[in-house]
Design a protein around this ligand. Sequence first.
Ligand code: ADP
Ligand code: MG
Length: 351
Amino acid sequence: MTDLFSSILSAEESLFSNEMALDYDYLPKELPFRENQQKYLAECIQLLLVGRLGKNLLILGKPGIGKTAATKWVLREMEEKGLDEKAKPIFINCWKKDSAHKILLEICLQLNYKWTHNKNTDELFQEVAKTINKSAAVIVLDEVDKLDSKQVIYQLLEDLNRKCFFLITNEEDWLANLDERLRSRLVIETVEFKPYSAIETFKILKHRADHAFVKNVWDDEAFELITERALEKKDIRLGLFLLREAGNIAERKASRKITAEHASQAIEKVCSFTSKEKHEVSEEEQQILELIKENENKTSTEIYQFYNEKENKSYRTFHRKIKSLEEAGLIEIKEDFMTESGGRISRISTK
Ligand SMILES: Nc1ncnc2c1ncn2[C@@H]1O[C@H](COP(=O)(O)OP(=O)(O)O)[C@@H](O)[C@H]1O
Ligand SMILES: [Mg+2]
């Protein structure tokens, strides 16, 4: 008889040795297959380090393929090499900080400027410019398409002397839809991030799994199932999520191995999973979602009226938030309803 108990995981044991290594925000020590893009980012920053004007880059590519990680990695490297004295690295996620005021407060925080209390947006601008213009800055606006107003980019461009703007997005037409005035002022080059190949996806996930799991807990077939899925969706983030989920399922079953069955269950469970960015709902979107729930199948104009009573925001802002709720699969917009004058009406409902 095989050793019955050795295949069962005891309560104190875990298949994970460092679960954090699978976290979305965890920045691995090495970031293979993005060396060229990182080198290009570093070359642009180098201009600032030698006292020249910087360069602006649009970092473009699908979700989950290392845009944020590669950029953060470069900024971390700057700090580790003490180059932040010559150019301040600033990283802002525009999903979390979507207004000019929030962005400026965040810049102040990262510049270690503490006297922000009671200052209005213009005053914050002045303080930021004063501090940054003593040296230079690398300003990353991640998920820049989520910005409420693009005016803040314009003003930063105007007020800062030596800077690199790295704007990250997965919206291919973001630049084309930009105000002509801002676009011509930006002078921006595009750095494209292409999805990883099969072998790259495998190696990246293997590397992350080696850090996160106890040795030899993965059945080859189980691991392959997960890499195949990540490759199909062209999304490393999804791969990391599946690795973790399969590990959890195996643990719950007190198994010492993660088998193909556990991997399949993880895939089944998260097959509706799109991407973290799409699943995270901001406070304002949550508010809109509540309104939609209370008013199922009303038209978008009607919902906007309710929203406007409370929030006094532009229809465009509202519309963008509606679109991102739709993208996240949280609501459904039906647009085939004709009005008497021939216009279209969209009705919104929750899923
Ligand atoms: N080359 C790589 N090596 C290791 N991990 C990677 C690599 N590329 C992406 N990842 C990981 O995949 C996840 C998604 O990457 P991220 O940079 O957030 O994607 P994006 O910003 O393009 O949506 C992160 O957890 C990141 O650490
Ligand atoms: Mg990102």
